[in-house]
Design a protein around this ligand. Structure first.
Ligand SMILES: [Zn+2]
Length: 290
């Protein structure tokens, strides 16, 4: 039977649809496992018992590499999933670190990095590896590095999201924002009271100015949609099941900023400005994989 070469290894056509080729899919899973276990691209071909494509085609390190880099294995609309996304990302990180320095972040870490700000000065912070290859988040304003590993930042963020799911009322922003007039309003009010004091200004002019100013005041107040955002956040949390792992979609929907702090502590600022904080105590996270 001739094999359709346009399909990646691990898949077959069945009734016009792409399905898993069970035998090949097992080989794909095996390649990822072996690579994660530390086997090299040139060691893996010898360990595989399922031929690459057809009987006579032998595995080599280039074919193994192509499998490890093929994003279709994590599944999309057309291709059924063969590899867990965590494993795919894990392999991508190992490959990147072997290539040298260029770091490929998982989507989750990328999302966290995009929202990472310094807890002390509010500046965007950068993720770097220190000379021991430990993750550090650096603020170039404070010149301070928050030493917090990827695993911990993801675990604490997940824990924070779970705390919110269990208690949506924590997402309320309790900071009352009293009305404070803008400089422009203050200046306009000053003008109006000056006009009132002067006898040369038409009453109509003054009334017009007062009306305009009231509109301005109303404008600036109506832009505060915090209550509406809070309501939406609470709805999302209420309908959400507790998380087993980091949830990128929920994170994007409700989180504005992630602020690491010293002592493996993280502040999570929501889109309505509410802030919650959680820290990992010593010994709580000693199940790290090597
Ligand atoms: Zn700073």
């Amino acid at each position: 039977m001739s094999k359709n070469r346009t399909l990646p290894f691990g898949y077959a056509y069945e009734n016009g649809e792409v399905v898993r080729n069970q035998k090949e899919a097992r080989a794909v899973a095996q390649i990822f496992e072996l690579y994660i276990l530390g086997k090299s691209l040139s060691e893996i071909p010898e360990m595989l018992t399922i031929p690459f494509n057809g009987e006579d085609s032998k595995w080599d390190k280039h074919k193994v590499k192509r499998v490890l880099e093929n994003k279709k294995y994590i599944g999309d609309g057309t291709y059924p999933q063969i590899i867990r996304k965590e494993d795919f990302d894990h392999v991508a990180r190992i490959m990147a670190s072997k290539r040298g320095n260029k770091v490929v972040l998982s989507d989750e870490l990328q999302a966290i990095r995009d929202k990472a700000y310094c807890h002390h000065c509010g500046r965007h912070i950068c993720r770097k590896l220190d000379r021991h290859k430990k993750e550090t988040w650096i603020c170039y304003e404070c010149y301070y590095g928050y030493k917090i590993t990827d695993d911990i930042i993801l675990s604490i963020s997940t824990a924070l999201l779970n705390i919110l799911i269990a208690n949506p009322s924590l997402a309320e922003n309790n900071e009352d924002k009293p009305y404070t007039p803008t400089d422009e309003i203050v200046r306009r009010e000053q003008n109006i009271s000056n006009s009132l004091a002067s006898s040369t200004v038409e009453a109509n002019e003054i009334i017009k100015a007062i009306m305009q100013n009231a509109e301005k005041k109303y404008d600036c107040c109506s832009y505060d949609d915090t209550a509406e955002i809070t309501k939406k956040i609470k709805e999302k949390l209420t309908e959400h099941a507790p998380l087993k792992s980091f949830d990128l979609m929920l994170f994007e929907e409700i989180v504005e900023e992630i602020q690491p702090d010293i002592g493996c502590s993280i502040y999570m600022k929501l889109k309505n400005g509410a802030i919650i904080q959680h820290a990992i105590k010593r010994g709580e996270n000693n199940e790290r994989r090597s």
